[in-house]
Ligand binder design. Sequence first.
Ligand code: ATP
Length: 357
Amino acid sequence: MPLLSLKNISKRFDSTPAVADISLDVERGEFFGLLGPSGCGKTTTLRMIAGLEKPDAGTIEFDGRDITDLPAERRGFGMVFQNYALFPHLNVSENVAFGLRARHRPAAEIKERVKGALELVQLPGYEKRRVDELSGGQQQRVAIARAIAIEPALLLFDEPLSNLDVTLREETRGELRELVGRLGLTAVYVTHDQEEAFALCDRISVMVGGGLLQTGAPRELYEHPAKLAVARFLGRNNLIQVMRLSSSNEGTGEFKTLQGGHTLRVLIQKGELAPLNKPCTLAIRPEHVVLRHAADSLENTIPAEVREINFAGATSTVKLDAGGLLLEALVLQPNAFAVGTRCAAVLPAERISLLKE
Ligand code: ATP
């Protein structure tokens, strides 16, 4: 049984539909990400999980119990926000103790838990420091300590690292992942940053326009986006317009590209064959396009000409024209492929995804 279940949750603000009929399950001990562009409804979803917003429709279950109408303070969830929301007039210890005091824990227990939480976030001995004397990263760690001090059944993060500079963000990200894992906590983490979500999360739901488009492990989403919007949102992709050929069967689809008229074979999941006579889109990552000097009889090998090479340090992007079909390949050593040379691009069938609109 999942620890947290959202079932057909919707929420609108006046005329704005913020979240539209989303369902998701978070397993116990999982680090779960909600990833999407600004305004897609991530924060609203997190606030509904926290009990700070009430859904218009649908139910939220936690540990098998319907908590849709349970007030936030009775859910026992820890929350960490982008702006830390620390109390500037309280010192570190008082900030971390805040949730425990609100729960009327005995003084000795509060002292011990504060000490323990500060040790976990590597700020031991900072109890008496004023929060405005701390760096951004340290303040964020105090906010995390405050959230974990109550030993929450669920940790909710809303872009908690976005105020930190790049180095600190990466460092804190690693610490956060390690900490949540070590304490065996379950977390839901909201971000618009793909790299951050990939680095932190066991599974991610991609959210666009109030809906959940796809949920899966980072690698699965990256390598096999199911929908065009996911492929577009998650980094660079070659998007190839095609028509399915009647020679296709369950398991292997055969497609003709609208530009260039090349035939491509694609591994298709059962029951996912695209309709005939209707254009659809295939996606393949630039790093999965293999360049060769000459076309051979290998499957999905198409002749192309090198149009442009963009050097970017460790890798280079080679832009190709395959009889009108424009492709990008990411390569480590482009030297062998000068602009204007003929070559062959191999698009391995297992690397190609058939997208739904
Ligand atoms: P961001 O990453 O920019 O915070 P988000 O994905 O978290 O965006 P939400 O903050 O959940 O998105 O907002 C979803 C939609 O709901 C937006 O169109 C937003 O303007 C609207 N919205 C959110 N909160 C309110 C509110 N309290 N009143 C009115 N509209 C709201």
